[in-house]
Design a protein around this ligand. Structure first.
Ligand code: GLP
Length: 259
């Protein structure tokens, strides 16, 4: 196996496609191609969506395409991965608010077709309701970022691969990472718990698109692409999936040994 820049590699024995590009912009453009292909080929797609800094440029490209080419989201349904516990949807740091600001406000999506797990009230009831919703609808494409500790959604290391939507305590490192870019840099403002789709919910999606950029993602990307499957790196569960596209920039690819 041989990795080179701007290349697409079909990994031996896996259905994972690895695309290595130069930088964040190129990664977002590649991701937009996959996303738009999904939306155009099936205008009634069910999309699993993600938050964090990584998908922001992809979302800008989707909005630009919608304005330029009239790609419609009227019949699209979306299901977000996760939400902080204790933040109402109107809180500027809630993922609900994030999604409105970075994506939904710029599209013709029907907000009745937009779903996020609810991080307040009876959390167990919310988990059960979200699982029922996901089971009923099914996901055509799940978009993912990745945590520097290998988490997907908010499935922290140690989470069972069979997990469904659940309540989770966030690792200190995750709260630190998220405070660096959001919450005015103040870790004390970052909630300690979240509600997240489980790894099994993610694996149930027909197709998975993961984007990783920057040096802090190099280690989990190495485990995902070249390592053993282990619950210590939740993203490595994707090795079991039949249709995964992983898009990385050179920094996130920097620990891949078979270059
Ligand atoms: C949060 C989200 C994840 C996201 C991760 C990476 O923890 N729950 O879904 O993948 O952050 O964030 P970033 O893209 O900012 O590096």
């Amino acid at each position: 196996m041989f990795f080179k820049k701007n290349s697409m590699i079909l990994l031996e024995g896996q259905k994972m496609k690895l695309i290595i590009v130069e930088n964040y912009e190129e990664a977002s453009v590649e991701a937009a191609k996959v996303m738009l292909e999904q939306v155009r080929s099936n205008p009634k797609s069910h999309l699993g969506l993600a938050t964090g800094s990584t998908p922001i440029r992809l979302y800008e490209l989707m909005i630009a395409d919608h304005k330029l080419n009239n790609t419609s989201y009227r019949d699209i349904k979306t299901f977000n991965l996760d939400e902080y516990c204790g933040l109402q949807s109107t809180h500027p740091q809630s993922y609900h608010y994030f999604m409105n600001k970075h994506l939904f406000d710029g599209l013709d999506i029907d907000l009745h077709n937009v779903y996020l797990p609810k991080g307040f009230g009876d959390i167990q009831e919310n988990c059960d309701a979200y699982n029922a919703l996901l089971d009923k609808n099914g996901l055509d494409l799940q978009l993912l970022g990745i945590g520097s500790n290998g988490h997907i959604g908010f499935n922290e290391p140690g989470t069972a691969f069979e997990s469904k939507t659940h309540y989770i305590e966030l690792e200190e490192s995750t709260r630190q990472d998220n405070a660096r870019l959001f919450f005015n840099g103040n870790i004390d403002e970052v909630p300690t718990h979240a509600i997240t789709m489980g790894i099994q919910n993610i694996l149930d999606a027909k197709k998975i698109l993961l984007i990783a950029c920057g040096e802090s993602k190099a280690k989990p990307i190495q485990t995902l692409v070249e390592g053993q499957m282990t619950i210590e790196c939740p993203a490595s569960a994707l090795q079991n999936h039949q249709d995964v596209v992983v898009i990385v920039d050179t920094a996130a690819a920097s620990l891949l040994t078979k270059k």
